[in-house]
Design a protein around this ligand. Structure first.
Ligand code: SF4
Length: 320
């Protein structure tokens, strides 16, 4: 496909150099994410997320457990970045997202990782928790493109983003895989220390959808472009499923691909909060599925009581 992924298009390719300069400048008084810490990360100062100049990577590998059009048959080339700009009390990845397990890597090394994953045959480069290291990713991408990178990038985010930063990614990211975790700021404050999450999350998701639209797939049902929204159902409707689904159907499209996740486990510090220190019940999850249907959303994945995905959409084949 000519000029696919988007970053190979000549105009986007030359814009990338400017974007790297622009975003490294932002790192000098860091306002990369809604925390707006103002620390000078080019001098290795650290703000809320705990990352200085260079990214920390926990692991990189072909991932076969993502949604079927992302993992495909050869896996999604996943790079797990350590640290995060959210502090979710229940984070299942807390060892690297909160405790920082991983190694500091240069943009050159990060570029090598992308090329290695491409050499293994992965369908895409899946950047997990990229928000706080976006400038460094752009720099690594520039290096990797010079060395022959030609598979699409997935921006796999918790969704705590500044819309103006997402605008910078236009023409670079073909696929956004983004969480919509909360609709209520009372809960985002209590469980993720981010009172302004719902507002920034919704505005950023709108920008993502403006850029890439609904998901598109190739002849092998691998995603080539578009938005997938993940919504993790939390106990006691803390994730505000109905409000989130209403937002998607009213503000985006009823063809948006949604992954409605039932796998919540009370990891990390969830034990401190009785209301989230258990799994989601079958009834709670079924209610969430009902919200999806009532909002006319029928594209994506829901899960049965064994955690098996059931596809209910119109654009791609069943995976079971
Ligand atoms: S990316 Fe990190 S340092 Fe920068 S504003 Fe966000 S939390 Fe603060």
């Amino acid at each position: 496909m000519e000029n696919y992924p988007s970053y190979l298009k000549p105009s986007n390719r030359s814009a990338l150099k400017t974007k790297i300069k622009e975003t490294y400048k932002i790192l000098e008084s860091c306002t990369i994410c809604p925390r707006r810490c103002g620390v000078n990360r080019t001098k290795d100062e650290k703000g809320f997320c705990g990352v200085g100049l260079n990214p920390v990577v926990c692991s990189y590998m072909p991932h076969h457990g993502e949604e079927p059009p992302i993992s495909g048959t050869k896996g999604s080339g996943t790079i797990f970045f350590s640290f995060c700009n959210l502090k979710c009390a229940y984070c299942q990845n807390y060892r690297f997202s909160q405790e920082g397990e991983g190694r500091i890597v240069s943009p050159e090394r990060l570029g090598d990782m992308m090329l290695y994953l491409q050499e293994l045959g992965c369908h895409n480069i899946n950047l997990v928790t990229p928000t706080h290291v976006m400038p460094q990713i752009l720099k690594a991408l520039d290096i990797a493109i010079e060395m022959g990178l030609n598979i699409p990038l997935i921006y796999n985010s918790s969704g705590y983003e500044l819309p103006e930063m997402i605008k910078i990614l236009k023409g670079i990211m073909d696929i956004y895989l983004v969480d919509m975790r909360y609709a209520d700021k009372k809960y985002s404050k209590k469980y993720s220390q981010a009172e302004d999450y719902p507002n920034f999350n919704q505005e950023s998701v709108k920008e993502m959808h403006r850029q890439v639209g609904d998901a598109e797939f190739d002849e092998n049902d691998i995603i080539t472009k578009g938005l997938i929204i993940r919504h993790l159902v939390l106990p006691n409707n803390i994730s505000g499923t109905e409000k989130v689904m209403q937002f998607i159907s009213k503000e985006l499209s009823n063809k948006v691909c949604i992954s409605l996740m039932s796998q919540y486990h009370p990891y990390y510090q969830a034990y401190k909060y009785p209301e989230i220190s258990r799994r989601v019940t079958k009834e709670e999850y079924e209610k969430a599925v009902e919200c999806l249907k009532q909002c006319g959303l029928d594209n994506g994945w829901t899960q049965d009581s064994c955690g098996l995905e059931r596809f209910a959409g119109v654009n791609i084949k069943k995976n079971v």
